[in-house]
Design a protein around this ligand. Sequence first.
Ligand SMILES: [Zn+2]
Ligand SMILES: [Zn+2]
Length: 51
Amino acid sequence: MIKCSSCNTEVTNDYVKFKCPNCGKAVITRCLKCRKNAIPYTCPECGFTGP
Ligand SMILES: [Zn+2]
Ligand SMILES: [Zn+2]
């Protein structure tokens, strides 16, 4: 099960996945809703917060 890193909602196919720009270790997952609304995410590895 994949969860959005911003709103913690389970995502299925409408999401984006990218590595944390700060530490490059954690994979951030964001649903399209959060991406569209520019909800910030927090990296679970280093605590980096980004738009
Ligand atoms: Zn979300
Ligand atoms: Zn990180």
